[in-house]
Design a protein around this ligand. Structure first.
Ligand code: NAP
Length: 296
């Protein structure tokens, strides 16, 4: 149980509604800032950043996308006002207060260093990224079904990247009968792709292989679907880019060529907010218990 803990959630989307419920169920006192328009009844105390007593806090939770380089929380769809985390706020917290965020940036790292507070970027953790890849893959499959007029079964799908998301996406599309090729650069990854019964394609060969696929799904956070690759892609193909901004596809060139290319971000929050929120909550609760061993 998290009975003695006070946690402030600053902004966040509908996934965090599940997080606040789970934290409250564990007995934590949950304060929420930036949920002015939330209609659901949750066991949390609405607050305003101006009125928070930071000295009581054991943990701060920032949205999945963290803050921008000025500390502004951009993912706060329930907030009527702008939310900004400042060094002054963090300085007022307990020395042991931990800052949890989805992803980090140099602003958060600098604040954590200057205030000597622990900063935990949840989404760089393997457990979180692997579990989160499940709703991501399901969302990708749903999108591919919506955006094509043919069955996924039997279609040629090229998955770029064989990390936590690429692997799950490749497996899911193969399981519904797609012919899946996966592009990677490490020999071990190419061997594993072959072992899984999928077609291994070295990243150097994407340009040659692109023409043979109906659907391209990119998970590589680097410009891999560039002008050269797009020159080979058929105008009837669908490209889904999952890589976080700026993504890995030259969208301008794709548009010029008349290729449908979608930058599909935040899929877990869109297709399965409750499950995605539960995934975040489970990992967060474990970490809070680890950090506060007296609570176990
Ligand atoms: P990951 O585990 O780090 O995997 C990244 C993959 O890209 C690895 O196979 C890596 O190969 C490869 N790669 C990286 N840079 C490359 C380069 N320059 N050339 C060729 N290959 C390269 O990351 P992940 O957890 O799968 O996440 C992938 C992306 O999806 C991230 O941008 C993440 O933020 C995003 N994401 C999006 C959603 C969504 O809803 N759209 C949901 C979850 C995650 P090596 O192992 O050889 O480096």
């Amino acid at each position: 149980m998290l009975n003695d803990l006070s946690i402030l959630i600053i902004g966040g989307d509908n996934r965090y509604v599940e997080v606040m419920k789970e934290l409250a169920q564990e007995g934590a006192t949950v304060y929420i800032a930036g949920y002015d328009t939330l209609t659901e009844d949750v066991d949390a105390l609405h607050t305003n950043l101006k009125h928070v007593n930071f000295s009581k806090l054991d943990a701060l939770l920032l949205p999945v996308s963290g803050t921008n380089s000025e500390g502004e929380v951009e993912l706060a769809p329930f907030s009527k006002t702008k939310l900004k985390l400042t060094e002054k706020m963090v300085n007022q917290t307990k020395k042991e207060c931990t800052i949890y965020t989805g992803i980090s940036n140099s602003f958060l790292e600098a604040i954590a260093e200057r205030t000597d507070r622990k900063l935990v970027p949840l989404f760089t953790r393997d457990d979180m990224a692997i579990l989160n890849s499940i709703p991501t893959a399901e969302g990708t499959l749903a999108l591919a079904m919506e955006e094509t007029d043919t069955m996924i079964h039997g279609s040629n799908v090229l998955v770029l990247g064989f990390g936590r998301v690429g692997l799950t996406v490749a497996k899911l599309f193969a399981s519904v009968g797609a012919q899946v090729g996966v592009s990677a650069r490490k020999a071990a990854d190419l061997a594993r792709i072959k072992e899984m019964g999928l077609k291994p394609i070295h990243v150097n060969k994407i340009e040659q292989e692109a023409a043979n696929h109906d659907i391209l799904i990119n998970t590589i956070p680097s410009l891999v679907v560039d002008k050269k690759v797009l020159a080979a892609v058929s105008t009837s193909s669908l490209i889904i880019d999952l890589a976080s901004a700026p993504g890995g596809v030259d969208f301008e060139v794709a548009k010029e060529k008349g290729i449908k290319a979608i930058h599909a971000l935040g899929l877990p929050g869109k297709v399965a907010p409750k499950s995605a929120g539960k995934i975040i909550a489970d990992v967060l609760i474990e970490l809070l218990k680890e950090d506060n061993t007296s609570l176990k």
